[in-house]
Ligand binder design. Sequence first.
Ligand code: GLN
Length: 484
Amino acid sequence: MHLKSVFDLSKALREKKVSSRELVVHFLKRIEERNPELNAFITVTQEQALKEADRADVLIARGEAGPLTGVPLAHKDLFCTLGVRTSCGSSMLDNFIAPYDATVVERCRDQGLVMVGKTNMDEFAMGSSNENSYYGPVRNPWSLDRVPGGSSGGSAAAVAARLVPLATCTDTGGSIRQPASLTGITGIKPTYGRVSRYGMIAFASSLDQGGAMGLSAADAALLLGAMAGFDERDSTSLARDQEQFTDNLEADIDGLRIGLPRQHFGEGLDPRVGACVEAAIEDYQRMGARIVEVDLENTDLSIPAYYVVAPAEASSNLARYDGVRFGHRTENPQGLEDFYKRSRSEGFGAEVKRRIMIGTYVLSAGYYDAYYLKAQQLRRIIKEDFQRAFEQADVLMGPTSPSVAFRLGEKLDDPVTMYLCDIYTNAVNLAGLPAMSIPAGFVESMPVGLHIIGNYFDEARLFNVAHRYQQVTDWHTRIPLGFE
Ligand code: GLN
């Protein structure tokens, strides 16, 4: 059952070949058996899941089911869930139980999806390896001594290991696409503003965006359709009509103009990863796509710009964790200042503290113009590079990540090398564009991801382009050894 696509699961549910309860029990059992190796889940919500499954079965029996009714999913542990702990991967929120559901959680439930648990993640979504979690690192199902990528590494590992067919995730600089790439699954970060951030714990508000992970573009399209849409509770939510991202999947891609950003194939890229990506592009050419070379001239400025903007916003967003209203509170403080200081130093991990310090510094008087303002200017020229590229091309393609999954501990002592994992992804967040990663081969038995970047609101096209590739290739159906 865990090898079926969501389309097939949905069909089996509606034809009553399987009940939602049976399906949920099956996945819960897999989680119980296999999660100890992977550490992909922080919380498993067994009881609640069974209740929701029974409710789904009632809807199915009444003929009131939608395409996702009764299908299990996991939420990244930064989407607030009423009555269920939302830790954000941090000791700071280890005891935090939100008094409300995030819009994403609410919408998924309205569509009948059954939450089976909350997935592990880098603390406050800061990281590219999932080693920054207070709950310990997540392991990559393709090789347990390697990282799954981050920060949505728990969601990615859970889907790749077939512990759950769908998972939500978030991407501030690459945290959906990079782990999707490193674990051989499909992940999409939509246009900024597509998915409500209400109840999604903030890291860098102008970059954060929720998205979907699944085994195929078709499955991810179904989930994103459930999550997306205008929400008056998020002031950056886009007022656009609800879209059916699955409508366009089969469209012909003959004549599609694929832009290859020269800067995404240069120094720093593992040539074996590059070869997989080039082979995928040849597959597209055989399907009638045309290739144009494009320039994203300022690619090398995106990491510096991102590592000013993101920490700046983080330092401000994380100021709320002071131990007063919620979160970790120190014991026996010697006065108010000591109370704040100790609550925060005990509650946050090293990477989070590093970001808060950088962010506070770049926002401080005297440095604001030199760093923050400069970074905002870079952000504009990075966006303009993309706008020019989209005059020549319908989508852009390249590698998602410069290498396949690396070993646990390999980059831990060197934050800058870790930051470079997002070299191809974080410009997309600075520009607010939609992009996805789909499996496109293997190097050293580890998955390689193809990065597909779209123009604003072009998610339906991204799904179409990805789906057509998945119809002629089988990378996305490969299963990590031992997780069949
Ligand atoms: N790896 C990047 C960072 O550490 C991106 C994380 C993300 O997208 N949440 O900030």
